[in-house]
Design a protein around this ligand. Structure first.
Ligand SMILES: *Cc1c(COP(=O)(O)O)cnc(C)c1O
Length: 373
């Protein structure tokens, strides 16, 4: 049995007519950049997340760069974040010469260890970038408490966190990206809400930041050919917006199916002592964008699964503090032991709404077979 790590094709074939219509509507409208489909998507995301503003941009990475820029993460300012993430969470800090300051992650959640943030704050600290990774949000109560105490900004990297909600000690569940000053989503194809190409979004409740983000995506223009800032060319294209509008209609169903799949894995792997499955902390609604396990003999297991035609992925094989591009920061091996250990053990298993239980059975049986060898 071949089990793809991810495929968009099952969803496409289930809803082929809707997707085709969404694409041809745009072709026939003759409007390809921003336009009414993008506005419609922004309105729909505002409604879904409760954010006051939503600004569609070209990718999650661009959303992070623009967000960092307008929050003033530049020129030697320090920004606290975690080294166990995708490059874009940190390169956005370095892009305008701010300085990434890493804090290790929590062993159970893989998110930033919020108890270690405050000790890294200096008079030069401009902000915190928490990353809501794989299935759950970082502890936003603690992050917002530290940020308001020290009067610094919070940029939520919610690239993987569409649909995740945090309540913590608060009174209601709030969508990822709406708690800090700014939040960003990626609509990269594999993400929970994924386009058929690159796309991203910035959300915020702050009118000024929203205004700036809108200008920054069109070269810093306040109106056509009037440039208040040196911005970017980072517009969400209409075709992607149209596709995302179809997917957004079914997002709650898709999130529920992901949860069912995650529960299958938990149950079917419960008796396998060599595999640890994720622990969700804090009062929150997780979304299983990825199902990451910690596996003994990870690399051998991944090779064995591959031989058996099962796709897996390693998010992330090298923590950012040990990447060549960040060697100038002067970190060394051993600085963030939890992140380093996770990088040696994490293995993501196939998860998407259309995966079948017999496929999950096959994955779990093959894993157990490996450890019996
Ligand atoms: C996917 C991702 C990004 C980047 O998003 P793109 O749309 O691929 O540019 C940033 N941060 C995290 C944590 C991601 O998973």
């Amino acid at each position: 049995m071949k089990v793809n790590f991810y495929t968009s094709l099952r969803e496409y074939s289930e809803k082929k007519e809707e997707f085709n219509k969404a694409i041809f509507d745009v072709v026939e409208s003759g409007s390809f950049i921003l336009g009414s489909k993008v506005t419609e998507l922004e309105e729909a995301v505002k409604k879904y997340t409760g954010a006051k503003h939503a600004i569609g941009v070209a990718s999650g990475s661009d959303a992070l760069i623009i967000g960092s820029h307008i929050l003033g993460f530049e020129n030697g300012k320090e920004v606290i974040t975690s080294p166990f993430t995708f490059l874009a969470s940190t390169s956005c800090i370095a892009k305008h010469n701010a300085k990434p300051v890493f804090v290790d992650v929590d062993e159970d959640t893989f998110d930033i260890n919020v108890n270690k943030i405050e000790e890294k704050i200096t008079s030069n600290t401009a902000g915190i970038i928490p990353i809501h990774l794989f299935s759950q949000m970082a502890n936003m109560d603690k992050i917002m408490e530290v940020a308001s105490k020290h009067n610094i900004s919070v940029l939520e990297d919610a690239a993987e966190a569409f649909g995740m909600r945090w309540k913590g000690n608060g009174t209601e569940y709030r969508h990822s990206g709406t708690i800090g000053d700014l939040g960003v989503f990626s609509f990269f194809p594999t993400k929970t809400l994924g386009a058929y190409g690159d796309a991203g979004m910035i959300i915020t409740n702050d009118d000024n930041l929203a205004n700036k983000a809108k200008m920054f995506r069109v070269h810093g223009a306040s109106k056509k050919y009037h440039y208040d800032y040196i911005g970017y060319n980072s517009r969400l294209d209409s075709m992607q917006a149209s596709i995302l509008l179809v997917k957004l209609k079914y997002i709650d169903e898709a999130i529920k199916k992901r949860e069912t799949v995650a529960n299958w894995y938990r149950e079917k792997l419960a008796d396998c002592e060599y595999i640890k499955t994720p622990v969700v902390k804090g009062d929150q609604k997780p979304v299983y964008y990825a199902f990451n396990t910690l596996a003994e003999k990870r690399d051998e297991l991944a090779a064995f699964l591959k031989e058996n035609e099962i796709g897996t992925s390693i998010y992330y094989p090298i923590p950012l503090h040990l990447q060549k591009c960040f060697s100038y920061l002067g970190y060394k091996k051993g600085d963030f032991p939890v992140a380093e250990k996770l990088c040696e053990k994490v293995l993501a298993l196939p998860i998407y709404p259309e995966i079948k239980e017999e496929e999950v059975d096959f994955v779990c049986e093959t894993i157990k077979k490996f450890y019996r060898k």
